[in-house]
Design a protein around this ligand. Structure first.
Ligand code: ADP
Ligand code: MG
Length: 556
């Protein structure tokens, strides 16, 4: 046995600890969900490694998670017989900032966005939630393939330092012992712990057990508190809405209900199950632009967790989806590299996309309120699909909603189909304007002529719109045209009128061109305006003014 070694947390870990303990104060109890979730991940990892090395499962066979307490010592312990950690892994995983998630967590929590407990589990900082209720945490862990003498004891009061020691541990796996703070006695009660397990961890796929007590004394027996089955493998008829929501919450580390879900089993030459959820609010990684590794879609093969495979299973524009895919026919030893070029996986991916689009279409058709929530949360993300997923471009376009000169203010609830349904006889284009804000779009002088002629114009003011319509080009055979570009639709009489006006104005135009010189491409008489005397217009091939400005700002 070696002497105890004391080390300092990385500066950022100390910061994270401080933020987590303060922001979670009103949701203290989620420490249990987070520790159980880590224990469950550890069991998943062991089962996966044991596919190639069955001997790892020797000894304590069945994978499980035990939650116990000691009133005299005032401790709560969460123990699993999963993969465990080596000394190096302990240092890397719970003493340093291993994941970029932690850094993003810091950015988000110290920025304008206020500390939000809802997000903790989504950052990969769940372990630190132990310090919300404990003033000292002890971790005892031994990796499944390490001998008993190579156990590790990690201990910290969460104030900047931790101690490491090599210890003898008879069993593999990890025990996290919480030494409760003075006023946290509520967590020493069996009924309280059981109800928290049922509330937050019912759908963890491993048994979560608590000691059976008789007359206040432990009997040495254990009882399983949670449902402990893989929810997605049950027939739909046996799953209640509450079950689906409970599973979603533990899967997505979300406090809120999911907005909708779709659960399907495909049988045939290739069999697989998908259970996919749309959250009601943007998950954290979405708010940050989704630039890091994507999480939230778990790939199982015959009920064995293989890996987080959101990127392999869903395109980027559907990155808000959470869920599980369980495939029967993929080889259990798949690697990420194999997945990326796997024909079977391509088919599963296409099925996932189809299911999600089906689900959104169903919301649009049958549940207007939920659909409005969806559009608000993910409408802009979905727009990325117009360029990313050419094969589903029409389906996606049909689901987009915009503000319009015939709509209700800034509300984005006019579909392209609505627009086409209201088009005047002879109108052959879908007209739109892009701007920085609703006010700028709705107040633009470019709209005057369209108003006068009674032509509806879609008002687009999201950053992505200009780019999106560029890819869309047309919808249902109708060109999408920017009101600021090119010529207006004129009838014969109007054309004649304009020619005459142009002739009349020739001397004026000549003079204006001389005055403005290089600053304009041309000066023309236009039917564009009815009230304002003049405006800037673009030729068909020029960039919209605010896009040009965006690019300038980006230094292009
Ligand atoms: P996340 O679970 O999102 O990675 P956490 O802060 O909850 O973030 O955990 C940090 C890391 O610590 C985990 O990724 C894992 O490597 C390690 N860890 C935590 N608890 C356990 C456990 N019970 N068994 C094995 N490893 C664990
Ligand atoms: Mg975790």
């Amino acid at each position: 046995m070696t002497a105890t070694e004391t080390r300092k947390f990385e500066a950022e870990v100390a910061q994270v600890l401080h933020l987590v303990t303060h922001s979670l104060y009103s949701h203290k109890e989620i420490f249990l969900r987070e520790l159980v979730s880590n224990a469950s991940d550890a069991c998943d990892k062991l089962r996966f490694e044991a596919l190639g090395k069955p001997e790892l499962l020797a000894g304590e066979g069945e994978l499980h998670i035990d939650v116990s307490w000691d009133e005299a010592a005032r401790t709560v312990t969460v123990r699993d017989n999963g993969i465990g950690m080596t000394r190096d892994e302990v240092v890397a995983n719970i003493g340093t900032i291993a994941s970029s998630g932690t850094r993003r967590f810091l950015e988000a929590m110290s920025g304008e966005q206020k500390a939000d407990a809802r997000l903790i589990g989504q950052f990969g900082v769940g372990f630190y939630s132990a310090f919300v209720v404990a003033d000292k945490v002890t971790v005892l862990t031994r990796r499944a393939d390490a001998p008993a003498g190579e156990g590790v004891k990690w201990e910290s009061d969460g104030k900047g330092e931790y101690a490491l020691e090599q210890v003898e541990l008879a069993e593999r796996g990890t025990a996290v012992v919480l030494h409760l703070k003075a006023d946290e006695d509520e967590f020493l009660k069996a009924w309280q712990l059981k109800s928290l397990i049922r509330k937050y961890s019912d759908h963890v796929a491993f048994p979560i057990r608590v000691p059976v007590e008789k007359d206040g004394k432990a009997t040495g027996e254990w009882e399983t508190v949670n449902d402990a089955s893989a929810l997605w493998t049950k027939p739909k008829s046996e799953i209640s809405d509450a079950d689906y929501q409970g599973f979603y919450k533990s899967l997505g580390h979300d406090f809120n209900d999911a907005l909708a879900w779709t659960h399907n089993r495909v049988e045939g030459s290739q069999s697989f199950t998908t259970l996919l959820y749309i959250p009601a609010q943007p998950p954290f990684d979405l708010m940050m632009g989704g630039r890091d590794e994507r999480k939230g879609l778990k790939l199982y093969i015959k009920r064995v967790f293989i890996m987080d495979a959101a990127e392999e299973l869903l395109p980027n524009y559907l990155r808000f989806v959470r869920g599980v895919v369980d495939a029967d026919d993929l080889p259990l030893n798949v690697s990420r590299e194999i997945l990326q070029h796997n024909r079977q996986l391509e088919r599963i991916r296409a099925a996932c996309v189809k299911r999600v689009l089906d689900l959104i279409e169903k919301l649009a058709k049958d549940e207007p309120e939920k659909f409005a929530t969806f559009c608000k949360a993910f409408g802009n993300t979905l727009k990325e699909g117009i360029s990313e997923d050419a094969s589903n471009r029409d389906r996606i376009a049909r689901l987009l909603r915009f503000a319009s000169t015939r709509g209700e203010g800034a509300q984005q609830n006019v579909s392209l189909d609505d627009y086409i349904g209201r088009m005047a006889v002879g109108q052959d284009a879908i007209w739109f304007i892009t701007a920085d804000s609703y006010a700028a779009a709705a107040g633009s002088p470019q709209l005057e002529a369209f108003r006068a002629k009674g032509i509806e114009v879609l008002l687009m003011f999201d950053r992505i719109d200009e780019w999106m319509v560029g890819y869309l080009g047309e919808y249902e055979g109708k060109k999408l045209r920017n009101v600021a570009k090119g010529e207006l639709p004129l009838d014969e009489a109007e054309k004649k009128q304009q020619e005459e006006a142009a002739k009349e104005a020739e001397p004026l135009l000549k003079r204006l061109k001389e005055l403005l010189g290089d600053r304009v491409g041309d000066v023309k008489v236009s039917a564009r305006l009815t009230d304002s005397p003049s405006c800037l217009a673009l030729s068909d091939y020029e960039m919209a003014p605010h896009l040009a400005r965006l690019l300038r700002e980006a230094g292009q």
